[in-house]
Design a protein around this ligand. Structure first.
Ligand code: BGC
Length: 753
């Protein structure tokens, strides 16, 4: 049997090589016939007019998949077809209606990146990726512009919601799973934004000033894992500069690191309008310039003609673009698409995955799940009625609906006061209209159109105490592309604070419990008010089925198993990166337009990553700074014991095995985290670093499972800047088996030479 499989695999390999060489021959043949102008035209892609106004918008390209982010340019003379590129990380982002066409073109809004990483479940993330890739296939999209995988360097980055974590290992593993899922459909995934794209303020002009060590260990590491384990067919460079040069113009990053070191063999594209020097982009190996403009084509042609740019660079880029085009779904024989994905099946996937990504932050005296006696729920907070599925900008999805908390709880059989619901709905409508009138309805400003919180009187609350068995308050935050969040967005507003204080006081006086649900895209302040409610559930922005997913947790239909993929600090000033982040530096709108003028303004034109490798828990744990909720933290309705821990080393592999037993009374899943403390004698090392993790399957009460985590000793190395290489420090390493970065259940040691 084994032998047959072996022979079969060999045949598949031979066939693949034969096909590959046929493809290479086709690429060579096409390339030979292309004029320099045609090569430049292929390198410079087109944008979707309307959303992306581009000089090169080509003929009717914008009508093929309306709302898609762009296409490559077809070259009819040589029969070079085009491909379609579309966002994004939480689902396919295309227009839901089309001029003169009947019917709708909705896509599923899956949970945002932060929810997915909170599941710590790579299989589940892969399943979500499979659905996103499937919708891409059904809508005729060839390249999915995602996953987003930048590091959460600071909680106020406006796009953290699209990204996974403050930790590069968790980021890389999640991204690899997502890429594998998407690409199982034949479409290409395009992880982004490579690299160190950690703020929206002046995102096109900002220069990240970062040490080689931090770059390697924190900002490139996730991409390295994603490339090695996910094999993406495409990858997007970021807008920002790194140490003075735009990423898309850096040969050391795009060619030497990505291709030579990590083995990336796909097509690299710019972020939309990223980079200033097409000549340099060619030299760096950034193949596709999206969505390009005439001056960029001219610049490539002129540089070659003037002898400044070797045409061999251009040819390499064209080769890699042609490979992507020729292997894309729409250019395979018999390819069709029906604009009819199975949105019902995908709604189930999004409901399940967002439930698994919700993090139970507090649960005093088993306030949750709601007791069987709870029938009437007092539902407070605008976001309960106007629930936030995800963030805005390219990471948004034109979904058919969003299930609100009100609807989710109703679907689960709870009753809410219709009069209060009507008041909230009216208030939300009016507040949105008011806020809309204050912004120019630009794409970028959509993030600002959230209702304010509705003030409640004592009588309002008293009426609900009389009617209801418990209270649920939802705190909502939105965020999105183009803007960083502000410090006031991090804090509760005075209306929100009074709502929590007054509702808790009145309900507790009547012996009734209060739960706060956080419907947020990024971290908010919790330390000053978390003592007030009985329970806090961080539901994040969980996609279009959000209300149902929250109800699944509150009712006890599902046991929470999410763990924080980032730290919740007590105050912004506690964060290592805080002094070097544009906190409230929004006096001038430098986020939206491309800002090519450099006024030398700190944190706007340049940002010094002075904290080095001390990002997130690496900072808080090494400096022993108290936090509100640590990295990796999350409660369950049940409890788990870790036993029978065994550590085995063979060669470069360190295997940690243990038994996880559900010692509580409800079914549940557990995330086991493996942190390592290096000797730190000869090198500066963080107090601990996550080196592996795993999630158990659903375990019934009393059941036990064996889990295994593997570390490669190469992963314990640090980047030595002087020697310019990775170095393994010899000595005794501590392996912590943990439930969060601050809840270590057992420690083993191992000696490395
Ligand atoms: C974003 C990318 C996105 C692209 C195309 C840019 O503004 O930064 O993430 O993929 O637009 O929509």
């Amino acid at each position: 049997m084994k032998k047959t499989l072996f022979i079969l695999a060999g045949v598949v390999c031979l066939l693949a090589t034969a096909c590959k060489s046929q493809l290479d021959k086709r690429i060579d043949a096409t390339l030979q016939q292309m004029t320099l102008e045609e090569k430049a035209r292929l390198i410079v892609g087109t944008g979707n007019e309307g959303r992306w106004v581009s000089e090169t918008s080509y003929g009717d390209m914008k009508n093929i998949v309306p709302g898609a982010a762009g296409t490559t340019c077809p070259i009819e003379r040589l029969d070079i077809p085009f491909i379609i590129l579309s966002d994004g990380p939480a689902g396919i982002n295309i227009d839901s209606t089309r001029d003169g066409v009947e019917g709708t073109f909705y896509c599923t809004h899956f949970p945002i990146g932060t929810v997915l990483s909170s599941t710590w479940n790579t299989q589940l993330v892969e399943a979500v990726g499979r659905c996103i890739g499937d919708e891409a296939m059904h809508y005729g999209v060839d390249v999915v512009l995602g996953p987003g995988m930048n590091i959460h360097r600071h909680p106020l980055n406006g796009r953290n919601f699209e990204y996974y974590s403050e930790d590069p290992l968790l980021t890389g593993k999640m991204a690899a799973a997502m890429i594998n899922g998407i690409q199982q459909n034949g479409v290409a995934a395009c992880p982004k934004h490579f690299a160190a794209n950690n703020q929206e303020t002046n995102r096109m002009g900002n220069d990240v000033q970062v040490s080689q060590r931090a770059l390697r260990e924190i900002y490139l590491k996730g991409f390295e894992i994603a490339v090695r384990e996910g094999h993406p067919k495409a990858l997007m460079t970021s807008y920002n500069k790194i140490n003075g040069i735009s990423v898309s113009e850096r040969h050391d990053l795009v060619t030497e690191f990505l291709r030579d070191e990590c083995g990336f063999d796909g097509t690299v594209m710019t972020d939309w309008y990223g980079g200033d020097h097409p000549e340099e982009q060619m030299r760096a190996g950034n193949d596709l310039i999206m969505p390009g403009q005439q001056w960029q084509m001219d610049s490539i042609v002129n540089a070659v003609n003037a002898g400044r740019l070797d045409v061999a660079y251009v040819d390499e880029c064209v080769r890699r673009i042609l490979r992507l085009i020729y292997t894309s779904p729409r250019n395979q024989e018999g390819h069709t698409y029906d604009n009819n994905p199975d949105l019902v099946a995908h709604a189930n996937v999004t409901r399940e995955s967002s439930t698994e990504g919700m993090v139970l932050l507090k649960n005093d005296a088993n306030a949750l799940p709601l007791s069987q006696n709870v029938k009437q729920v007092a539902l407070f907070g605008c976001a309960s009625y106007d629930f936030i599925a995800g963030g805005s900008g390219s990471g948004d999805v034109r979904r058919a609906y969003t299930v609100s908390m009100l609807e989710g709880l109703q679907n689960a059989g709870y009753e809410m006061d219709p009069l209060l619901a009507a008041r909230y709905n009216d208030f939300v409508k009016k507040s949105i209209a008011d806020n809309l009138s204050k912004v120019t309805a630009r794409f970028a400003d959509m993030v600002r159109i959230r209702p304010d919180e509705m003030p409640l009187t004592e009588a309002d609350i008293a009426e609900q105490v009389r009617r209801a068995d418990c209270a649920i308050i939802t705190i909502g935050r939105t965020c999105g592309e183009y803007y960083d969040r502000t410090s006031s967005d991090f804090q509760l507003s005075s209306v929100e604070r009074s709502m929590i204080e007054n509702v808790c006081r009145a309900f507790h006086a009547a012996g009734k419990k209060v739960t706060v649900v956080l419907n947020i895209g990024g971290v908010i302040e919790t330390a000053s008010w978390k003592h007030l409610p009985d329970a806090i559930l961080c539901a994040w922005q969980p996609g279009q089925e959000g209300g149902n997913s929250v109800a699944d947790i509150l009712s006890g239909k599902q046991t929470p198993s999410g763990k924080l993929p980032m730290t919740f600090p007590i105050a912004l000033s506690d964060i290592g990166a805080n002094a070097n982040f544009p906190v409230d530096q929004t006096s001038e709108n430098v986020s939206v337009a491309s800002r090519r003028v450099d006024r030398g303004e700190r944190n706007v034109d340049f940002t010094r990553y002075d904290e080095g490798i001390y990002v997130g828990y690496r900072w808080f744990d090494s400096r022993q700074v108290e936090v509100s909720y640590p990295f990796g933290y999350g409660l369950s309705y049940t409890t788990f014991d870790y036993n029978n821990i065994k550590v085995k080393q063979s060669g470069k592999k360190i295997k940690v095995q243990l038994d996880v037993t559900n010692t509580g009374t409800m079914e549940g899943m557990e995330v086991v985290q493996l942190y390592v403390t290096a000797p730190g004698a000869s090198m500066d090392k963080p107090a601990k670093e996550l080196k592996a993790f795993c999630k158990t399957p659903k375990l019934a009460a009393g059941k036990k499972t064996k889990v295994e985590m593997t570390i490669n000793t190469d992963d314990l190395r640090s980047y030595d800047e002087t020697a310019q290489q990775w170095v393994l420090e010899p000595g005794t390493y501590k392996l912590h088996i943990a439930n969060s970065s601050r809840d270590i259940r057992a420690t083993e040691t191992i000696n490395l030479k």
